[in-house]
Ligand binder design. Structure first.
Ligand code: HEM
Length: 414
């Protein structure tokens, strides 16, 4: 990183968070940025501040009034990525897409969803999640080789997430595959495995919500329709479902692949987790800190203020690279080592404050169960690095196009 001091005394650091160079060296870049300052300026994409350390990043996330997800004033820049896309601007006015707004339009859907996605409710889903994971493994293990991301984790996540919402589908993955990811929004995705169009998926969800309005079931959609004497319209509830699908499209799948690749290299961890499956929760938490998966989010300042020693103006954009915080040595000892004994130090991989990941407990449960069942049923496996295809633009996510796993031997059924 080249450091430069401009006439207005901003310390600037040119790097392009969308470039493949950044994707390959982001840990070094974050290390250097932390040494430069807590908040440094980047001239790219119209200019934005980069928050580099754990404490400052957390303070931004904890103050959604000063640092909003919404578009401020000119309506050109805002939302969770830099630069903003037109689609993202449209999303802040769409019903039910609560991630893109702050205040009442965010907080009421979150309040309605708090119980279905609580730690307690997710704990009661443990057996059902286990059954779904094993059902998918029954399909893929006999193949000898399968893609962890699409053949395995996508099937599990779609079944669990859509099942809880109330989709009542034998196979919900086609709906999930129809959704554009943050990275592909507005572009043709050459790697897309979609067999259904996005408008058809949206239409399906709309019809489903109407059907639940007429005939409520024991599911999340029905509970949202009944919440607070019918506070939410059908469109609101359909939007909330879409928001939840957007959140679970790629991240749990990518985390599962990161974990299985790491475990493929670390016999000590495989042995430990097989002997002590209760440690899988700590393992997943550390994998979130270490790999991040969500690589960067953004906010826009609504105030003229000071942050980390610099003057921020209303309308300024802030980039929050989560790996920078999660590998900050001031917060985590030996941050670049994978250590499952860290204890309850909260990492920022799932965000912080009001927008903290809604799926945090469900994600733990699903990814934990996928790892546990794979280790229980597969004795040895190979993940050939040459067959792994990763995304190159790591500005928002660190994920995989595919991560094939070859099953070398199964474990005897216990
Ligand atoms: C490895 C897995 C996951 C990671 C790394 C992850 C990461 C995140 C992060 C960082 C945020 C906050 C973004 C911000 O503040 O700008 C977030 C929000 C969100 N996540 Fe997740 N997530 C994961 C899994 C899931 C799952 C499984 C679901 C759904 C069941 C989900 C649903 C959501 C939703 C709906 C939000 C928006 C919350 C709000 O605005 O209040 N996520 N996630």
């Amino acid at each position: 990183v080249t450091i430069d001091s401009r006439s207005d005394e901003r310390t600037t650091c040119p790097f392009d968070h969308h470039s493949s160079e950044f994707g390959q060296s982001y840990r070094d870049v974050h290390r250097e940025l932390r040494d430069i300052g807590k908040v440094v300026w980047n001239d790219a994409y119209g200019g934005f501040w980069v928050v580099t350390d754990y404490d400052t990043m957390r303070s931004v996330l904890m103050d959604p009034v000063a640092y909003t997800m919404e578009f401020v004033d000119d309506n050109k820049e805002g939302g969770p990525i830099i630069p903003a896309s037109e689609e993202m601007a449209g999303m802040s006015s769409a019903p039910g897409l609560f991630f893109f707004v702050d205040g009442e339009r965010h907080d009421s859907p979150r309040a309605a969803l708090a119980r279905p996605y609580s730690k307690r409710r997710v704990a009661s889903m443990g057996d059902a999640i286990r059954a779904r994971v094993n059902g998918v493994l029954d399909q893929v293990l006999p193949l000898g080789e399968f893609d962890i991301v699409d053949d395995f984790a996508m099937e599990v996540v779609a079944e669990v997430v859509a099942g809880q919402l109330g989709f009542g589908l034998e196979d919900a993955a086609p709906i999930f595959r129809a959704f554009p990811s943050a990275a592909t929004l507005g572009h043709e995705d050459p790697a897309s495995k979609a067999t259904m169009s996005f408008p058809d998926a949206v239409a399906y969800i709309g019809e489903l919500v109407k059907a639940r309005r007429a005939d409520p079931q024991d599911d999340v959609i029905s509970s949202l329709l009944q919440y607070n004497d019918g506070q939410f319209s059908d469109d609101d509830v359909a939007g909330m479902c879409m928001q939840i699908i957007f959140g679970s499209l790629e991240n749990p799948q990518a985390l599962t692949a990161h974990c299985m690749i790491l475990l493929g290299e670390r016999e000590d961890l495989r042995t430990l987790l097989r002997a002590h499956p209760e440690k899988i929760t700590d393992f997943v938490t550390e994998a979130l800190r270490y790999f991040n998966v969500t690589m960067g989010i953004a906010r826009t300042s609504t105030v003229d203020t000071e942050l980390g020693g610099v003057r921020i103006s209303r309308g300024d954009r802030l980039f929050l690279p989560l790996p920078g915080a999660n590998h900050d040595p001031a917060q985590f000892d030996h941050p670049d080592e994978f250590d499952i004994e860290r204890g309850p130090v909260q990492n920022l991989a799932l965000g912080g404050g009001t927008h903290t990941c809604l799926g945090q407990f469900l994600n733990q449960a699903m990814v934990g169960e996928m790892i546990r069942s794979l280790l229980e049923r597969v004795e040895t496996y190979t993940i050939d690095p040459d067959k792994i295809v990763r995304n190159t633009d790591k500005s928002a996510n660190d994920n995989f196009v595919k991560a094939p796993m070859r099953v070398d031997s199964l474990r005897a059924a216990s």
